[in-house]
Ligand binder design. Structure first.
Ligand SMILES: [Zn+2]
Ligand SMILES: [Zn+2]
Length: 313
């Protein structure tokens, strides 16, 4: 079987988008009514929190920092567990996710970025699915097509997607499915999508990058560290997206813990010198920007993008 064709097959895409976007919204509205009627229980909240965290680190650690950016090395067993958790999150399969994300880094906020808010905030958050989610691993991440474990999860994705509903059912019956399945998926989707939309629009910039990525504390908190997105664009391979003690990054804490007990190794870190070098460049850009009455580094990045997109070639 041609793995490329398998990866870009979109037969189940529409179903996943329907199940993955509309049903969680309906489920969350029902859950809010239950809260209003005081029919939600602490067990429901615990199932939601547990499922949200475990599937969340499947995406942030498994799909993103481990599979896409090789931020650390680990054993096949730990790798399998993280890719399983990421698949259970139900966003999309790991090869598709990684290929889209590699393309985002390669084309961030210029022509070819799958989800830049410079094409509209709604497009960046959600609309890009409908405009055509088209992962291109043969161009962005060809090595993914030789990753047998990632391809296994590619083939069996729907099974893991179902696990994301079966487990909450076993833990809490149908209200477990409502909270640990649908509400969890609604929150997980919108928080992850906020990294694409909010963290390229609102927040602050610490490092100079060729895009308009920002750091945003509340996305950082909810997205288990992924909201320190300007840090991440500056240093994509770093296992730690929060680079200051106050930049809360739950995914980094998990990686740190796993490193301490010997389950992961060769954890990529950014030296203070490397960080300072990027800060100094930003300071230079900022002082130039001030003379042109720019508001901040983000505006500078947006201007650069427009200049780049207008220039021939
Ligand atoms: Zn980005
Ligand atoms: Zn990334």
């Amino acid at each position: 079987m041609n793995p490329t064709r398998k990866v870009i097959s979109s037969r189940s895409d529409r179903l996943i988008i329907l199940v993955g976007a509309i049903l969680p919204l309906i489920g969350t509205l029902v859950a809010l009514v239950l809260v209003w009627e005081r029919l939600a229980t602490w067990r429901d909240v615990a199932i939601l929190a547990g499922m949200y965290f475990l599937t969340g680190i499947g995406i942030t650690i498994g799909y993103h920092r481990m599979l896409t950016h090789h931020s650390f090395r680990t054993s096949p067993v730990v790798r399998f567990i993280f890719l399983a958790l990421g698949s259970i999150a139900g966003h999309t399969s790991p090869v598709r996710w990684a290929a889209i994300h590699i393309q985002h880094h390669a084309r961030a906020d210029v022509e070819g970025d799958p989800h830049s808010p410079l094409d509209g905030l709604f497009h960046a958050h959600f609309g890009w699915f409908y405009d055509g989610m088209n992962p291109q691993p043969e161009t962005y991440g060809r090595w993914l097509l030789k990753d047998r474990m990632a391809l296994f999860f590619q083939r069996t994705f729907m099974l893991w997607f179902a696990v994301g509903f079966v487990v909450p059912y076993l833990l809490g019956g149908w209200t477990g499915v409502l909270w640990g399945g649908l509400v969890r998926m609604f929150l997980s989707h919108h928080v992850t999508w906020s990294v694409n939309s909010i963290c390229h629009t609102f927040g602050f910039r610490t490092f100079e990058t060729d895009d308009v990525s920002t750091n945003n504390w509340w996305v950082g908190l909810l997205a288990l560290g992924e909201g320190w997105h300007n840090n991440h664009h500056a240093f994509p391979q770093s296992a730690f997206h929060g680079l200051r003690w106050w930049q809360i990054d739950f995914s980094a804490y998990v990686i740190w813990l796993l490193e301490k007990v010997g389950l992961v190794w060769q954890v990529q870190r950014v030296s203070k010198e490397a960080q300072d070098a990027r800060l100094l460049q930003l300071a230079t850009v900022k002082s130039n920007a001030t003379t042109r009455n720019d508001a901040n580094g983000q505006m500078t990045g947006a201007r650069r993008r427009r200049v780049r997109s207008q220039s021939p070639g």
